[in-house]
Design a protein around this ligand. Structure first.
Ligand code: PEP
Length: 251
């Protein structure tokens, strides 16, 4: 399965800086055998697309989207609008949105389905917080979040989604989850996917996110069951992200 690296800029870079980031990143030497995408703020999609020109790498991703196709939902963005910019992947249920905006499992499920219907691959984010891990509830939390998010997704042979395991305590903290711990959570996730989608599950990438950088990415990507990474802080500098992409593949 081809691995994937997705940069998540979070709430950084308006159109001017986004354009500059893409132009700088295009000068980086990039590995061919890995998919690379950037999840940019909605407002910067047009600038990122323009700076990409005819280039298809990196692919564009959204950080959020709404579940309805159109209508009275002030401030929201429908997946079909993202398709106009050639968005290929869409994050759904990032923990920062669950925590700060009250996104529930039910909302994440509806967003995932809407993305899939629009032809955008949902990147469903799941993960336990520090207290849940301490209490031994990590598996239960991830299972609940994942089963809820997958509820209405259809698996027709093609991968219905990408799953990002992102332990909340590892995001932006520098306390990356040990690859062996991530490996066992990925195995649990793989089991849930197999139960839900059968053979189709073989095509679903399960990626890890949480304090991944150029130094540790190789270790994650060479761990069985880890099919890529979602990268926040270490993607903000285009040269650093280029370095990370190269380090990911040498592993
Ligand atoms: C993220 O935003 O999804 C993330 C994993 O952030 P960081 O790499 O900064 O921990």
């Amino acid at each position: 399965m081809k691995k994937i690296l997705i940069a998540n800029w979070k709430m950084n870079y308006g159109p001017i800086k986004a354009g500059a980031w893409v132009r700088a990143f295009r000068r980086e030497r990039l590995p061919k055998d890995v998919d690379i995408a950037i999840a940019v703020p909605h407002i910067s999609l047009a600038a990122a697309r323009a700076s990409l020109g005819r280039a298809s790498i990196p692919a564009l991703a959204s950080q959020n989207s709404f579940w309805a196709e159109e209508g009275p939902f002030t401030g929201e963005i429908a997946p079909a609008m993202l398709v106009e910019f050639g968005v290929a992947y869409g994050l759904a249920g990032h923990s920062e949105r669950r925590i700060h905006l009250g996104e529930t499992d039910e909302m994440v499920a509806k967003k995932a389905v809407a993305l899939q219907k629009a032809g955008i691959s949902p990147v469903i984010c799941v993960g336990e917080n520090a207290l849940q891990r301490k209490k031994g509830e990590a598996n239960k939390v991830v299972r609940t979040q994942l089963q809820a998010a997958l509820k209405d997704l259809v698996g027709d042979g093609r991968a219905p989604a990408i799953i990002a395991y992102e332990p909340v305590w590892a995001i932006g903290t520098g306390k990356a989850c040990a690859p062996e711990d991530a490996k066992s959570m990925h195995a649990l996730i793989r089991g849930i996917l197999e139960k839900k989608f059968g053979k189709t599950a073989d095509n679903i990438r399960i990626i890890y996110g949480g304090s991944v950088d150029a130094r540790n990415v190789g270790e994650y990507l060479s761990t069985t069951g880890i099919d890529g990474a979602l990268v926040g802080g270490a993607s903000l500098d285009p040269r650093n992200f280029g370095l990370l992409c190269r380090a990911a593949v040498i592993a």
